[in-house]
Write a new protein. Structure first.
Length: 107
């Protein structure tokens, strides 16, 4: 096996491993309120180093809250504008009584 073939197969393994890691990075990034696409690409290039960087990178609480509100897992407190549980009757941050959630069709 010539050097070119060794380099090619190593590159293939490296690329395959990074592709798998990149999908993980996408999930981790989403859970931490970070850019899925951005971290996918970073991990595709830098592999495990990017995953470690992502783990050390602080969670973007604002973006994470916005995502949860969009997915109806949380909603905004009308008084202090922070994300609170969908079914909360009282805001845990400003202690205001908030409107009960809209009645949904049978759950
Ligand atoms: Zn509040």
């Amino acid at each position: 096996m010539g050097l070119d073939e060794v380099v090619n197969s190593l590159f293939g393994i490296w690329f395959a491993a990074n592709t798998i890691l990149a999908f993980f990075a996408g999930f981790i990034a989403a859970a931490r309120g970070r850019s899925e696409g951005g971290w996918f690409i970073l991990t595709l290039i830098f592999g495990l180093v990017a995953i470690l960087a992502l783990a050390l990178y602080p969670v973007d609480e604002d973006k994470l809250a916005a995502t949860k509100v969009r997915r109806k897992r949380m909603r905004w407190c009308p008084f202090c504008l922070r994300a609170i549980a969908t079914r909360a009757k009282k805001c845990p941050y400003c202690h205001s009584a908030v409107e009960p959630p809209q009645p949904k069709e049978s759950t």
